[in-house]
Design a protein around this ligand. Structure first.
Ligand code: ZN
Length: 125
């Protein structure tokens, strides 16, 4: 990967990270605004909505955020863009789509396949 590609991917990761942190911050600000005074019935509903947004963030995005942090750390240490399993470079197109990916396409497919196979059950006794 040349320097220009690296800078571009770093930019993608930083932008995505910024977006997520801003959203989290926005949720926290709203939450504090609602918590700052005695809330009315109407606001009770808003609070429940916010709560489910936090939950959603926790479930879906905190992992992605962690992956982004890990990818940025790898950039700092100079091993960004290498598959964590086979150590081969991850394809440029794949990085463009999934800049925080841990694996090359081959390893990711292998993993997917293994995860989808039902576990071998011991024979019933
Ligand atoms: Zn690999």
């Amino acid at each position: 990967m040349d320097e220009k590609d690296g800078a571009h991917l770093k930019d993608l990761l930083l932008r995505r990270r910024r977006e997520m942190l801003d959203r989290l911050q926005g949720l926290e600000t709203d939450w504090q605004a609602l918590s700052a005074h005695d809330i009315e019935r109407e606001e009770e509903a808003q609070k429940a909505d916010l709560y489910s947004l936090f939950d959603q963030f926790e479930e879906q995005e905190s992992q992605e955020l962690a992956d982004i942090e890990a990818a940025l750390a790898k950039m700092v240490f100079g091993d960004y863009g290498l598959c964590e399993k086979c150590q081969e470079p991850v394809g440029r197109q794949r990085l463009e789509l999934l800049p925080a990916t841990h694996f090359c396409r081959k390893c990711a497919e292998e993993l997917e396949e293994k995860l989808q196979k039902p576990p071998v059950l011991p024979p019933t006794v």
